[in-house]
Design a protein around this ligand. Structure first.
Ligand code: DGY
Length: 321
């Protein structure tokens, strides 16, 4: 079998790079710089496969400029909002991603952010490190209980469902908004109620978790008008993509305490974070860590490998988007 030539845009975990070296003529990004469009196109000269990540913008312009031999974009990551799928399809380039293997890690992080924001963990850590803790007292750093609270999950795919399973363990009352209703068996297992109307759900939740992909339809799904429906004591968590929330509008409402708190892992203009968010005590900020476990990242790499292998053998792509 001919070894495919694979252009990899970012440094990958060592075991993944070793495996790619074994199987492919892989070209790595040794110093791990974020590549410009021109650098991506140059890296793809003579390549059969491009393996990008969420930090690469693979828009129609890049896709049009890819060399004719490039026939697969094997994304290292599940979200593909940074790839113009229509442009890829128009050029006959297949696109794959890495579903399933980061579901639990991302749901764990959503719970970590939810609990941290509700119980003021990071704020407390800052205070303790700052030498400002004068000892326990009954009114000190009181947060909110999560058990018994109404959690609204936006997007009930794999990760939304994994959040629901965890939230059940914490005794939350689970509601979800999704384009289509889950099968009754799954709804029953998750003890989750479907809300067809997102606005109605937002207005009645104590806790809200964003878990839908970013597409043209979900860009600014939580815009200023929708954010104004949310109750002032509510907490928002987002581990999906920053663009599903109007970040400036969210920052303004968190600063005014029109929304109580937030736990964010993703941002509209990553790696930039809205300057107001950086100043707020009621916001927990993680730097896009949803899939950042050793196990998850190695499994993501193996998914990329399997998709490239299937493509080079002319087999059906296991994770075609
Ligand atoms: C994903 O897989 O989409 C994560 O957000 C990292 O890219």
């Amino acid at each position: 079998m001919i070894r495919p030539v694979v252009a990899v845009t970012r440094k990958l975990p060592a075991p993944v790079e070793a495996r790619m070296n074994e199987l492919f003529d892989a070209r790595f990004n040794a110093d791990d710089h974020a590549m410009t469009a021109d650098q991506i196109i140059t890296a793809c000269h003579g390549a059969d496969v491009l393996a990008p990540t969420v930090t690469d913008t693979i828009d129609a312009g890049v896709i049009e400029s890819l060399p004719p031999g490039l026939c697969l974009i094997a994304n290292f990551g599940v979200g593909v909002n940074h790839i113009d799928l229509a442009a890829a399809a128009a050029r006959g380039i297949g696109v794959t991603n890495t579903p399933d293997v980061l579901t639990d890690d991302t749901a764990d992080l959503a719970m970590a952010l939810l609990l941290s924001a509700a119980r003021r963990v990071v704020e407390g850590d800052r205070l303790a490190r700052g030498g400002k803790w004068g000892g326990w007292n009954p009114t000190f750093m009181v947060g909110h209980r999560v058990s018994g609270k109404r959690l609204g999950i936006i997007g009930m795919g794999r990760i939304g469902q994994a959040v629901a399973r965890r939230a059940n363990g914490f005794g939350m009352d689970i509601h979800y908004h999704n384009r289509s209703r889950l099968a009754p068996g799954i709804e029953g297992e998750l003890q989750a109620s479907w809300c067809e109307d997102l606005d109605e759900m937002l207005a009645t939740m104590d806790l809200i978790s964003g878990n839908c992909p970013q597409t043209p339809d979900t860009l600014h799904l939580l815009n200023a008008t929708r954010l104004d429906l949310i109750q002032p004591h509510a907490i928002i968590v987002n581990t999906a993509r920053g663009g599903i929330i109007d970040e400036a509008a969210l920052a303004e409402r968190l600063a005014d305490r029109r929304i109580a708190a937030a736990g964010l892992d993703v941002y509209e203009f990553e790696p930039a974070i809205h300057s107001t968010l950086l100043t707020l005590e009621n916001v927990v900020l993680a730097p896009h860590l949803g899939s950042a476990t050793h196990e998850g990242r190695i499994a993501m790499g193996e998914k990329v490998v399997q998709n490239i292998l299937a493509h080079s053998k002319g087999e059906a792509l296991p994770d075609r988007v």
